[in-house]
Write a protein that binds this ligand. Structure first.
Ligand SMILES: [Zn+2]
Ligand SMILES: [Zn+2]
Ligand SMILES: [Zn+2]
Length: 239
């Protein structure tokens, strides 16, 4: 299997190569190092399965912060097998040669779809209070039905604050939560100017940083798990 033929033509045909290249590709087979969006982003448009897997991975990545704080994290991660990296953020979608082969010539798309359904069901079915309670109410229409960011068909997430809203309700640049946060920080800014005390501003910045760090840490924690799994992959890599 030649990676370039996979990435540019979507072809899984076997070619004759030298022993050294063969052993290198065997070693790399299950390690996610291929950024399709950096090398050939057109593949996502040209290839139907790649188009589907991109949406699938985007939805999976939005379940990451739920899995990270869930008591059943281990069981949920087990559903992904050795593909914990499928939870990475959209900008970081990496594929292994094995992924691409199993997408083009196998049933990886169908299998990952079942995994996604199970994870989404765990979060939304109400049996896990921690996950279930991390849903959102659309602040535009206040409909009582809870929204989750991975319901991408009808839900959109604010880039800045990560709050979720109905797609049909959301207006770019008018996020109610961001406006609230802005208003609050302006108020605190006035207070600190009046009292000649900048601590409040510093605290706010720290809080924001802490919130950002929370997601970053969640992700890092999972990356750590990934590293362990990658070791396992290296050891049992047989193709
Ligand atoms: Zn849960
Ligand atoms: Zn709404
Ligand atoms: Zn926002």
């Amino acid at each position: 299997m030649i990676p370039a033929r996979l990435i540019f033509d979507g072809k899984t045909k076997a070619y004759r190569i030298c022993k050294l290249a063969h052993s290198y590709l065997r070693y790399m087979y299950a390690i996610p190092t291929i950024s399709v969006s950096a090398i050939n982003p057109l593949l996502y448009q040209k290839n139907k399965r790649m188009k589907i897997i991109k949406v699938l991975r985007s939805r999976l990545s939005k379940t990451r912060s739920y899995i990270a704080t869930c008591k059943q994290k281990k069981e949920l991660l087990q559903l992904l097998g050795d593909r914990h990296y499928f939870l990475a953020k959209e900008d970081d979608f990496l594929f292994s040669i094995r992924d691409l082969v199993e997408i083009f010539a196998g049933d990886l798309v169908a299998r990952m779809y079942l995994v996604l359904e199970k994870i989404e069901d765990h979060i939304t079915n109400g049996q896990c209070a921690i996950c279930c309670n991390k849903g959102f109410i659309c602040e535009y229409c206040s409909d009582s039905r809870v929204l989750y960011p991975f319901q991408v068909d009808h839900v959109i997430q604010c880039n800045k604050c990560s709050a979720a809203f109905h797609r049909k309700c959301y207006k770019e640049g008018s996020c109610p939560k961001c406006k609230r946060v802005e208003k609050r920080s302006n108020k605190n800014g006035d207070f600190s100017r009046n009292s000649n005390n900048n601590n409040n501003n510093n605290n706010n910045n720290n809080n924001n940083n802490n919130n950002n760090n929370k997601y970053y840490n969640d992700y890092n924690e999972m990356n750590y798990d990934d590293d362990e799994d990658n070791d396992e992959i290296d050891n049992k890599d047989g193709r």
